[in-house]
Write a protein that binds this ligand. Structure first.
Ligand code: C6P
Length: 403
């Protein structure tokens, strides 16, 4: 096991103060803080190897290209993809899902075809499908939830028909903090001949991801939630789909030949990486994933589950505490009496505690639950039991003010 207090020293921002109080950063599901090695990797890339990738014969361009492609192999290894050409760099989860909605949609979907999503999706896994619905008239069907806010897998089985073309499902809910039985859902979809996209934004930082064991057709995640910089993310896809899908954006690098009459496209993954990529971001993502691998994702998961368990135990002390859903990972959503989430969040902030409040970009889920939003505490490898204690004392203090 690692010592979170030692790990904290590698994250410069964690020693800052807010309103004269030590920062208690519990908003890791929104974005994680960055370790020194990632910050240094960005600075070092600009100081020593900066040049556009895949374009120059000169030395710097070659070194930058090597490091960029090395980062792709690190991602490949991290998610156990069969080949690095199946790893496409994007700006993040949102762009990855939009890419699939657009390219898979253009290549395989027609009016009346069905796409299945779930009630607990982030807007990033709802709106791209609605845009496609507006454009070509697909049908979106939504997996309902059981009374305990977990996925209704039996109802899901009943949503397939002969026009179902894709399932797009979150691995871990960013609001409920629960892990969906994605392997079972993928097997059910495959038995109906339907491919599956898994939104791994909230799972990749906290659990071992093996895209081959899952047999996911597409898997997406954001770098910034796994200790990497913003603006870089990943789309993994099976070659059988990626090869047949139309490009997403047109421009440099994604082409083989361009004539005014006709353009032919580059091989994977470059077909989907138009324009100058965020190669420095990708190199830093590689560094972040190596950092996670050195600590061990299982150790991180165990530590975060312990923190969640401890939080639930301590929350039991608080009067009128209501846990939303069945959290089993690293995020806990809650409400306290009738204190509005925004009020609780604002007052906790004055105590130096950073948590997220509101609909968490999952308005249909919040509407379904019939609540104004939630307060969410979400953990990373550097959080401690003492920080949970500070949160609990903070909530008690705010609750006394409202009493
Ligand atoms: N959720 C949260 O605080 P981007 O913005 O592209 O990096 O990630 C979008 C996204 C997609 N799916 C899930 C399950 C997510 O949780 C997120 C991001 C953040 O919950 C910001 S809204």
């Amino acid at each position: 096991m690692f010592n979170p207090n030692e790990i904290r020293e590698q994250f410069p921002i964690l020693s800052t103060q807010v309103y004269g109080k030590p920062l208690v950063y519990l908003d890791n599901a929104a974005t994680t803080q960055k370790p020194r090695c990632v910050i240094d990797a960005i600075s070092e890339a600009y100081c020593t190897i900066n040049a556009n990738v895949h374009r120059g014969v000169h030395h710097l361009s070659q070194v930058a290209t090597e490091q960029f492609e090395e980062a792709r192999r690190t991602v490949q290894n991290f998610i156990n993809a069969p080949h690095s050409r199946q790893v496409i760099f994007t700006r993040g989860t949102t762009e990855s899902i939009n890419l699939v909605a657009s390219s898979f949609g253009n290549s395989f979907l027609k009016e009346g075809d069905r796409v299945i999503i779930s009630t607990m999706e982030h807007h990033s896994n709802i709106v791209p499908w609605q845009l496609l619905r507006d454009r070509i008239g697909i049908e979106i069907r939504v997996i309902p939830l059981l009374p305990d806010a977990t996925l209704d897998v039996e109802a899901y089985r009943g949503l397939f028909n002969e026009r179902t073309r894709l399932v797009s499902l979150t691995h871990v809910s960013n609001v409920l903090g629960c892990t969906n039985p994605v392997k079972e859902c993928i097997d059910i979809a495959h038995s109906n001949g339907v491919p599956v996209l898994i939104d791994g934004a909230q799972s990749t930082p906290h659990t071992k991801v093996d895209v081959q064991a899952l047999d996911a057709d597409f898997f997406v995640f954001s770098g910034h939630k796994v200790y990497a910089p913003t603006g870089i993310g990943v789309l993994y896809g099976k070659e059988e789909w990626l090869e047949k899908m139309q490009p997403y954006h047109g421009g440099g690098e994604m082409i083989q030949t361009v004539r005014f009459e006709k353009t032919t496209y580059n091989e994977l993954p470059y077909k989907f990486e138009a324009g100058t990529p965020d190669y420095v971001g990708a190199i830093a993502l590689g560094k972040a994933l190596e950092f996670v691998q050195q600590i061990g994702i299982e150790n991180i998961a165990r530590h975060e589950r312990m923190l969640t368990q401890y939080t639930l135990e301590r929350f039991a002390e608080i009067e009128n505490m209501r846990i939303i859903g069945k959290p089993d990972g690293s995020a806990v959503s809650f409400l306290v009496g009738d204190i509005h989430p925004a009020d609780l969040g604002t007052l906790l902030d004055r105590l130096g505690i950073a948590i997220r409040t509101g609909h968490h970009c999952a308005q249909p889920l919040i509407d379904h639950l019939g609540i104004p939003g939630t307060v969410r505490a979400s953990f990373a490898l550097y959080n401690t039991r003492e920080e949970v204690d500070t949160l609990v004392e903070g909530i008690k203090r705010v609750a006394r003010m409202f009493a």
